[in-house]
Design a binder for this molecule. Structure first.
Ligand code: DON
Length: 579
């Protein structure tokens, strides 16, 4: 695949020479005339598109595309750049999922670089003497960290599917860390909120992000991260080995040993990302390609789309009470199944074929009350046949149609807020995504079952859902989101808004969102759902709750011969850019 998706500047030069030699100069490609009556307007490009939560990282990725790099080169560059400019979510101390589509071979793969539980991890490690979950331990201790996967995952993506070297992909990140970058509104907000915990867990990180009076560095002020620059340079020089077996591993392990942590040298040396087969489905003629376990996201997006497919949601109206009701019912059944059937498929078989089958969706649709909300207590996870608070998403597509949807995370904002001294990066607190006590909700209110109990070297269940929609076999939509348990429903709504409701990508990304996750039995609604609709939903039996912004779905779309990008307006510095 690598050679097939390699961009050949030679081929382009030949084309240019050929066109230059004709008597009549060929007119340059023209941007399509876009619907001027649209209420939101996407970025438009003819050669590629990038959408992420942060401008400098989007620009670094765009520069790679402009220089002839492919979408994977640009995405890996972006991932490392955001590890510097967006340390609350971008990372090298966490993990994630990357969905890659190759235009030439028309194949898609999913790179799973989710964190793993350390060897020493065990089922009851976060329970106190009364058998209750100790949230401080599961979220803010050295034991909260899973073995990080980002460095290995991004390096693997580049090695298998990219064309530039790891050092080239790291160069913008190193420059940003070394020479500094201006704080943006997004980082400023996170720093203000995160200060008490950063002060407690990483006092040595304070001078980077706060001035001598203790105030968070303000938008426009420069932050330099020399220790992170050093870590990134070591990776550029020695590859992932620097992180997993070399000097960075030594710093992580020393910090673990000093603080009752579990990650040891063997955990780091053993860490391997996995290339997985994406989960697939169809919706009204489009193909859906998304993240398989240990993500629950792709499975439930396909499941919910299957349930909704026979309904004419467009005729019922976007965000009408009827449409929201059908979506919420379908969501409840899916999240109930999540609580029982989902976990790391390397440890327990997940009944994937059944969950994403049209026949199981028919069965669920048969149980749904089309007029009234079914109370969640009456919805139980299906019986499988016996055989059987800070993440970030970015999307990149290149001129050939190679495409990357990537979601990665340290879980909470700045993860556990623990920064192993000398490394310059925060460690994730992804261990909290396990069901510390099966049946007891985690930080996102999600109930997990036995399949997601803590086990040595297991991957914790995730909701991250990098998703690709194919139209006529070509990458059409790339999306995904942040937002914990809401990632699945946010991603689902971007898909429905485009392919069911016919919105352009900017409209689809900005439209008000809804969320139901079975338990708690509450329908959450973003601002923008009309009070009349809310009243109708309440009359149907819903307990509704006004919610703040849900998710951040930086998405791109390709139709005909143009690329469209939308940065989610729910974060102040999201930035889509094409050329
Ligand atoms: O993997 C998961 O599902 C969670 N760790 C994601 C956390 C998240 O989205 C927080 N962000 N806003």
């Amino acid at each position: 695949m690598k050679n097939l998706i390699r961009y050949t500047s030679l081929a382009l030069s030949a084309t240019l020479l050929a066109s230059n030699s004709t008597a009549q100069p060929t007119p340059p490609p023209e941007p399509p005339i876009y619907n001027s009556q649209a209420t939101r307007h996407p970025e438009i490009g003819l050669h590629g598109m990038v959408s992420s939560r942060e401008k400098l990282a989007s620009q670094a990725a765009l520069a790679v595309l402009k220089e002839g790099g492919n979408a994977i080169d640009a995405a890996v560059t972006l991932g490392f750049a955001m590890a510097v400019t967006t340390p609350q979510a971008g990372n090298i101390g966490g993990g994630g999922f990357m969905l890659i589509h190759s235009a030439d071979t028309n194949t898609s793969v999913a790179i799973d670089y989710r964190e793993k539980a350390p060897k020493a991890a065990h089922r009851d490690m976060f329970l106190d003497e009364n058998g209750d979950v100790d949230r401080e331990l599961s979220a803010y201790s050295h034991q909260a960290a899973g073995v990080p996967g980002t460095v290995a995952g991004l390096a693997m993506a580049l090695e298998k599917y990219g064309t530039i070297s790891l050092a080239e992909a790291l160069a913008p990140a190193i420059e940003l860390a070394e020479n500094g970058f201006p704080v943006n509104q997004d980082l400023y907000q996170s720093l203000k909120i995160g200060k008490p915990r950063i002060e407690q867990h990483a006092p040595h990180a304070l001078p980077y992000f706060y001035d001598e009076t203790g105030a968070a560095r303000q938008p426009g002020e420069t932050v330099k991260l020399p220790e992170l620059a050093k870590s990134l340079k070591l990776i550029a020089q020695d590859g992932p080995n620097a992180f997993y077996r070399g000097p960075i591993a030594d710093l992580i392990v020393a910090d673990m040993e000093a603080n009752n942590g579990m990650i040891d040298h063997q955990d780091l040396a053993n860490y391997k990302p996995v290339v997985r087969t994406p989960v697939r489905g169809t919706y009204k003629g489009y193909e859906i390609v998304s993240m398989p376990p240990p993500s629950s996201g792709g499975t439930h997006i396909v499941q919910i789309l299957n349930i909704l497919e026979p309904f004419d949601l467009k005729a019922k109206g976007h965000n009408s009470a009827q449409t929201i009701h059908l979506m919420a019912e379908a969501m409840k059944y899916a999240y109930a199944d999540r609580s029982k059937h989902l976990g790391d498929s390397d440890f327990h078989p997940v009944p994937l074929d059944w969950l994403v089958s049209k026949s199981y969706a028919d069965e669920i649709r048969g149980k749904m009350n089309l007029e009234k909300a079914t109370p969640s207590v009456e919805i139980l996870p299906g019986e499988a046949p016996s055989e059987g608070l800070d993440t970030t998403h970015f999307s990149v597509i290149d001129r050939h149609g190679n495409a990357v949807a990537n979601t990665y995370t340290v879980n909470f904002s700045f993860g556990s807020k623990i920064m192993p001294p000398g490394t310059g990066f925060f460690l994730n607190n992804e261990m909290d995504d396990f069901s510390s006590k099966p049946g007891v909700p985690n930080a996102y209110g999600l109930i997990g079952g036995e399949f997601n109990a803590i086990e040595s070297e297991k991957r914790m269940l995730s909701s991250m859902s990098p998703t690709l929609v194919l139209k006529d076999g070509k990458a059409y939509l790339l999306t995904g989101s942040r937002g914990g348990s809401q990632i699945i429903t946010v991603t689902l709504q971007v898909v429905l808004n485009t392919i069911e409701h016919g919105m352009n990508i900017a409209e689809a990304v900005s439209a008000p969102r809804i969320h139901h996750q079975w338990l708690p039995d509450t329908l959450r609604l973003e601002p923008g759902i009309s009070p009349d609709t809310v009243a109708l939903l309440q009359a149907m039996g819903y307990e509704t709750k006004a919610s703040g912004a849900m998710g951040t779905a930086n998405s791109v779309m390709r139709d005909d011969d143009a690329f469209y990008g939308a940065a989610d307006p729910r974060r102040p510095d999201s930035f889509a850019i094409g050329f």
